[in-house]
Design a protein around this ligand. Sequence first.
Ligand SMILES: *[C@@H]1O[C@H](CO)[C@@H](O)[C@H](O)[C@H]1NC(C)=O
Ligand SMILES: *[C@@H]1O[C@H](CO)[C@@H](O)[C@H](O)[C@H]1NC(C)=O
Ligand SMILES: *[C@@H]1O[C@H](CO)[C@@H](O)[C@H](O)[C@H]1NC(C)=O
Ligand SMILES: *[C@@H]1O[C@H](CO)[C@@H](O)[C@H](O)[C@H]1NC(C)=O
Ligand SMILES: *[C@@H]1O[C@H](CO)[C@@H](O)[C@H](O)[C@H]1NC(C)=O
Length: 481
Amino acid sequence: MGSFRGSVVALLCFNVLVGFVFGIGVNWGTQDTHALPPASVVKMLKDNGIQKVKLFDADYTILNALRKSGLQVMVGIPNEMLYGLANSVAAAENWVSKNISSHVSNGVDIRYAAVGNEPLLSTLNGSFLTTIFPALQNIQSALIKAGLSNQVKVTIPLNADVYDSGTSTKPSDGDFRADTKDLMVNIVKFLSDNGAPFTVNIYPFISLYNDPSFPAEYAFFDGYSSPIDDNGKIYQNVFDANHDTLVWSLQKNGFNNLSIIVGEIGWPTDGDRNANLQYAQRFNQGFMTRIKNNVGTPMRPGPVDAYLFSLVDEDAKSIQPGNFERHWGLFYFDGTPKYQLSLGTANALVGVSGVQYLAKKWCVLSPSANLDDPQVPLSVSYACERADCTSLGYETSCGNLDIKGNISYAFNSYYQVHDQLDTACKFPNLSAVTTSDPSTGDCKFRIMIEGDYSSSSVNGRAGALGKPLCSILFVLLFTFL
Ligand SMILES: *[C@@H]1O[C@H](CO)[C@@H](O)[C@H](O)[C@H]1NC(C)=O
Ligand SMILES: *[C@@H]1O[C@H](CO)[C@@H](O)[C@H](O)[C@H]1NC(C)=O
Ligand SMILES: *[C@@H]1O[C@H](CO)[C@@H](O)[C@H](O)[C@H]1NC(C)=O
Ligand SMILES: *[C@@H]1O[C@H](CO)[C@@H](O)[C@H](O)[C@H]1NC(C)=O
Ligand SMILES: *[C@@H]1O[C@H](CO)[C@@H](O)[C@H](O)[C@H]1NC(C)=O
């Protein structure tokens, strides 16, 4: 890729630069009970030709592993920090000094500081309305003071519900949501004045999840029998329509040329009837093929700058949005690829190498257990609350298990998350350790990887709570077709 200045120029006038390639990025989240070694993940990213990573906070060990890797980095600031950063210039300067400058001088190629994560989601009830803009301004001032403002641009990863097209289906009717419009115009002006991009997260999966009558075809990139004709611009998929609703919202407020980053886009593989390997492969490959061919959208033909969501499944994420939330990865928790995907270089994904697993043993329902034991439901819910049962349920990977299989799955998940400790397979009179793999078909009883059990240090991520709301626009776009 060209120099950073070259990229900025390209960002500003990418309409005319046919052939410029941004390269694909990925979101690297860390809400897991057992993390893969960051250095092995960085090697895997490079093996796959991934060029950019987006982090949700300034994780020291990850940033350290990214030194001199050639990967470009977006470093996030969690919403919980916005209040402090909004109210103290010194706090913002400390953040930049500790979490940007020191890493830049160590050879980490940081390009963006992402202030907050979907801070204006309507489900957050305006919690960050008064802090997001001053926090953005303070971080920008701190970057200027640190002499880094040409190299590191500020941005705010926003949910797609900050704009909509009202009751219309047409992107050209788009504008910022009424309750945040004044704030959004101020933010956008500030980004524009500082040569910074608008970052938006777009989720066609959620459209389908929230609305059973949403046409699945419109969520993918293979064409749609009832496209939207918006004054001659034809919309065959909800990604284009959503993206261009943003373009129109920007244009209507006087910002024709602001560059746009797609901060999150992807498809989960489990935990819901529409979350499966086939759909995820179809969506992500459809998206990647457009990225590789610099197709763009009807309003912004040309390269799209995007970060896939996400890299590896995170088994400790909040499942408030739905059970699918722990299954967004291109890779399973252990770094093995889920399906064939061509990101640009090779046709298949390369997994993380050298992963160390715990012993080949599982905790299951004991053959002598009495299913009428009143401890059964209590034990299962105890295990599921403290581990991960999101692959159980209607049309999920383990949805066909019988009641015994369900109980075993729950016990094993608890046992693996707790590092196969003897005490983690002591459900009274109910559980037993086995060395024969209980997996059947697509339903995998996993063996945990080695690594710290770290759920106590799992970072909160408010954005995850509101994904369903992001889809309001998609639903609206469709409802009035
Ligand atoms: C740097 O980032 C980390 C992770 O988000 C955070 O915990 C820490 O407080 C930040 N340091 C400063 C000085 O703000
Ligand atoms: C937002 O308000 C709703 C309804 O009052 C409440 O259920 C929800 O917990 C609130 N969310 C946050 C993040 O405060
Ligand atoms: C957008 O860019 C075009 C071409 O570079 C330029 O002619 C136009 O004035 C710009 N518009 C705004 C609003 O900056
Ligand atoms: C297994 O557990 C899932 C999720 O808790 C539940 O929906 C399903 O009905 C259970 N299956 C049986 C056979 O009990
Ligand atoms: C286990 O089962 C035995 C007899 O079947 C019973 O006496 C004992 O109380 C049970 N233990 C627990 C902890 O439930």
